[in-house]
Design a protein. Structure first.
Lengths: 331, 194
């Protein structure tokens, strides 16, 4: 029995078999660590001082960036990642293209596949859209954010950034996130970034604290194995990483907290509130930042901030993901 | 080269002394072929090419008074043999070196030369960093089975490995002993080049 279980396991250390990347929830710790271990060589490609900043791993392949929601950062990052893997890239922006004139998602994807796309990077407002398409289509699907569900590559680049810093600080190239305390502050309710990060951090052994106005923290989120508080001081005390989420101003018309001024007073990450955090705490943010709303400008630009490293690491993580899916995943 | 059986299907191709002698002879050949010691740079192919490159660089220093720079080459990103769901996806390490390859003589160092595909990948990788004056190859063991027109400029020894056998190089720095074995597949430890 144990042998049979072992032989069907898709999560043997060091072996990748998945065709698609849909969410962190599906991944084992070993799979997450394999992606993280694959990324440093791609960081090195982007950092080459002389010569060619690309490698031929996806030469002759077509990567289609299919975005149903506005995005600059994620889309640019995927596009750059594909180019540094020597793939051809094509962007389909659903809001401005005639591709989707009442067509179903399946039909649109079938049309993209008819152009022999190998990888489809999909951002969609509906949770589950990438999952549905992945199950019925042959191309490799990468979820670039689906509704409030998941944004797996964001979480991967975040935990990669944390791990690299911990390894540097401890001078231990094998250090893990076990026991690291991460506090995520802000609008948890609407955040697929938070959801994917909670899954990833939990699986990697970190301790997660969520902090925000009660209206922006989903009920029963403690079931995911996290601590919840609405007191910022409590969240920052002892935190190794302070992760500020973007206040989604476009959703605030619903009046989920009384006023921005009150939010700033109670939840903003600024030099005053950071007095509660240890001096070594890293400051992270998925971008784009509302300067001086959820994060004070001087903190965003300060010495503890690793926000731009997150952006650089994002390209490497997306290269790692596309390489693993195309070159190691089962078709 | 003759091998002797130590039982359990283990044949010793080279012991510690033979490895040491081979590296010394190879270093002398390298020094002779490259009179401008300052133009030389060594790239060890990960994993076991790296410690071998360090050793060769050490012997070259004794011979010429010049220590050539040593770096690591992963070659993973230039492989041609990815297959779905098969084999290790985990990389052996990351390419790293601090010198500019332009105009230099780059000496690739690896433990086992077999199909030659790793060396093809290594040459492509080096070329992406610049334009070396020339690229040379040093290998500890040539086990035959070439699939590309590649040969070593400096060679420790050759062994003709029958199918079902596997050349295993074990080095002090990584494995705690210096030995080259010919083993039946499945019993192998260490690595074999491709």
């Amino acid at each position: 029995m144990a042998d049979a279980e072992r032989s069907v396991s898709s999560t043997q250390a060091g072996v990748w078999t998945r065709k698609d990347l849909i969410g962190i929830e599906d991944l084992s710790r070993e799979e997450i660590e394999l992606i993280l271990d694959t990324a440093p060589q791609f960081v090195a490609v982007s950092q080459r001082e002389s010569g060619i900043k690309k490698v031929p791993l996806l030469q002759g392949r077509l990567v289609v960036n299919w975005f149903h929601e506005p995005s600059t950062r994620t889309r640019t990052s995927f596009e750059l990642a594909a180019k540094r893997l020597s793939a051809d890239t094509l962007g389909i922006n659903a809001s401005t293209s005639s591709f989707v004139k009442g067509e179903t998602l399946h039909d649109t994807l079938a049309n993209i596949e008819a152009m022999h796309a190998d990888v489809i990077v999909l951002r969609h407002g509906c949770a589950g859209a990438p999952h549905i398409l992945a199950a019925s289509h042959a191309s490799h699907i990468v979820n670039a954010g689906d509704g409030r569900h998941e944004h797996p590559t964001q979480a991967l680049l975040d935990v990669f950034t944390m791990r690299e810093h911990i390894r540097q600080k401890r001078q231990d190239p094998a250090a893990s996130l076990d026991g690291i305390r991460v506090s995520i502050v802000g609008d948890i309710q609407h955040s697929r970034v938070a959801r994917s990060n909670i899954w990833a951090l939990n699986k990697l052994g970190a301790e997660v604290t969520l902090c925000g106005p009660p209206t922006l923290v989903p009920v029963e989120v403690e079931r995911m194995g996290v601590t919840v508080t609405s007191r910022l001081e409590e969240a920052l005390t002892g935190a190794d990483v302070v992760y500020a989420l973007r206040i989604q101003l476009e959703r605030q018309a619903k009046g989920l907290f009384p006023s921005l001024r009150e939010y700033i007073r109670l939840f903003r990450i600024d030099p005053l509130s950071l007095r509660h955090a240890p001096a070594h705490a890293l400051i992270m943010h998925p971008g784009p930042i509302n300067r001086d709303l959820e994060l004070a400008a001087e903190v965003a630009d300060g010495l503890r901030s690793v926000i731009l490293e997150q952006v650089s690491n994002g390209v490497a993580i997306r290269m790692a993901v596309m390489h693993l899916l195309v070159n190691h995943g089962r078709a | 080269m003759n091998t002797h059986d130590t039982g359990a299907g283990r044949n010793v191709v080279m012991d510690a002394t033979a490895i040491q002698e081979a590296l010394s002879r190879m270093a002398r050949e390298i020094a002779e072929a490259n009179p401008d010691a300052h133009s030389l740079a060594l790239l060890g192919i990960l994993s076991r090419g790296r410690p071998l490159a360090e050793r060769v660089a050490g012997i070259l220093r004794e011979l010429t008074g010049v220590t050539p720079p040593v770096g690591s080459l992963a070659t993973t990103l230039y492989r041609d043999d990815f297959r779905a769901g098969v084999g290790r996806a985990k990389p052996r390490g990351t390419t790293h070196f601090d010198f500019n390859v332009d105009g230099r003589t780059v000496l690739l160092v690896d433990d086992v030369l077999a199909a030659g595909r790793t060396i093809r990948a290594a040459m492509d990788e080096v070329m992406d960093y610049g334009r070396p004056q020339r690229i040379q190859l040093a290998c500890l063991v040539d086990r035959g089975g070439r699939e590309l027109p590649i040969r070593a400029d400096y060679l420790g020894t050759s062994v003709s490995a029958r199918s079902g056998y596997w050349v295993s190089v074990r080095l002090q720095e990584m494995d705690g002993e210096d030995i080259v074995l010919l083993q039946r597949r499945g019993a192998a430890e260490g690595t074999e080049g491709a």
